[in-house]
Design a protein around this ligand. Structure first.
Ligand code: PGA
Length: 259
């Protein structure tokens, strides 16, 4: 795993956007896995800016979002459909026919989830998946004890995760209990993973994920097995890493051919 530590969340979000922009320029038909939450907001602001100022072209990319709340219509302001419109899709030239976000209203959930997996395969697989991380180590909404080989399916949120999401719904009791989420195994098949984590609140789980054992109790820890994963952290989220100076040294001495 590559650990990149940036001075603050703003610079970290800008770096993540530059990496994704590079992928799109090199492969205009790239398949991109998008996250939601508060962490990627600066990342999306930068992508929108690059579209407006530098003509970054989203017209041929295909996108797959990680997750969605069960029972929410796309127009519900708490849905991740609405989030993606609010923060990215309304401002760039993405082709809506190539956008995939799990359908929170799917009636036959198991067959819908199988189709989501099939759609990822049919698109050629995900070239780059961007992730946040929950304070409990979830990626997507794969809560602790999720199978490390899991596929897209319905999951029940922990009470802690529902509390973390309460602000988007006005109160905790309005946060849905269930979600559809790509599985850990689905995420692991992405060719490249960028995980973003900012703030002191994430420092303990980042240290467990990067330097602790691989365990379903910390689903993100399975990324230790992923051949091409980069963590982009701010100083606060990196603060509990015991080998922090080594990670800085490696990044500062990264050979040009690897950049
Ligand atoms: P956050 O959520 O970006 O709002 O902290 C991250 C996550 O739950 O994956």
């Amino acid at each position: 795993m590559e650990i990149v530590i940036q001075p603050d969340a703003e610079k970290a979000g800008a770096l993540a956007a530059r990496i994704v922009a590079q992928v799109i320029r090199e492969k205009p038909h790239a398949v991109i896995g998008f996250p939601t939450g508060s962490t990627p907001l600066g990342f999306y602001t930068n992508l929108v800016r690059m579209h407006k100022e530098n003509g970054l072209d989203f017209s041929r990319i295909t996108t797959f979002n990680l997750d969605e709340f069960v029972g929410l219509a796309p127009a519900h302001p708490g849905s991740y459909h609405a989030y993606m419109d609010r923060h990215l899709f309304a401002y760039v030239n993405v082709d809506r026919d190539r956008v995939h976000i799990p359908d929170g209203l799917a009636s036959d959930i198991p067959s819908y989830c199988r189709r989501y997996e099939d759609d990822i395969q049919a698109a050629g697989g995900i070239d780059i998946q961007i992730l946040g991380i929950g304070v409990d180590g979830h990626i997507g909404f794969n809560e602790p004890t999720s199978s490390l080989g899991s596929r897209t399916r319905i999951k029940t949120l922990t009470e802690q995760t529902r509390r973390e999401n309460a602000a988007d719904f006005g109160s905790e009791d309005r946060v849905p209990h269930h979600v559809l989420t790509m599985g850990v195994g689905t995420i692991m098949e992405s060719r490249m993973v960028l995980l973003l984590a900012f703030g002191a609140k994430k420092a303990a789980i980042v240290a467990q994920t990067v330097e602790g054992p691989v365990t379903a109790m910390v689903p993100a820890s399975v990324l230790q097995h992923h051949p091409r994963t980069t963590f982009i952290l701010d100083e606060a989220a990196a603060a509990k890493l015991t080998k922090i100076e080594y990670y800085r040294y490696v990044y500062d001495h990264k050979p040009d051919w690897q950049k």
